[in-house]
Design a protein around this ligand. Sequence first.
Ligand code: AMP
Length: 180
Amino acid sequence: MSFDECYIKSVMRTIPDWPEPGIMFRDITPLFKDPKALRMISDAFIQRYIDSDITHIASIDARGFLIGSIMAYQLNIPLVLVRKKGKLPGETVSQEYKLEYGSATVEMQSDAVAEGDKVLIFDDLIATGGTVLAASTIVKELGASVAEVATLINLPDLQGSRKIQEAGIPVYSLMSYEGL
Ligand code: AMP
């Protein structure tokens, strides 16, 4: 089944002014209620990475986990988690990053990846790029390299994908939306 952006966008839902006024929240939950949509997006990512040399998928809390785990299963490679602060047990490495108001912190377990690993960072959406860049800082701190960042959705007007590319990391998104 080939990827059909019009179909996927017709299944997606946009919630205006949530969780704050001015934000157009791109809700991916309907994709999981539609088996055809879920298969289309999963297959698109699997086809992209089936012959790649990525060794790990680092998926981001929480919506990144959903497709990240399907990819890890189908590509037969390890899945490691990038979680919000305080969720992972054991020794962790954390990275704080700026939000529009305040800051947030993501963490990975210290043994999640290591030198020589080629990591694909996976999330549902790139907005300002802060989350993905914080994850990539941790991956590099652990000695691994970031092969690519993959997301379902890119919001290019927020400049996140540009910032990630300027940091030397390739970005691959299945679709984009204009505006915030
Ligand atoms: P950022 O760090 O600014 O790139 O934000 C990306 C993270 O915030 C992702 O994990 C998204 O799930 C979430 N996010 C940010 N903006 C939106 C939006 N407009 N719709 C849905 N999720 C969003």
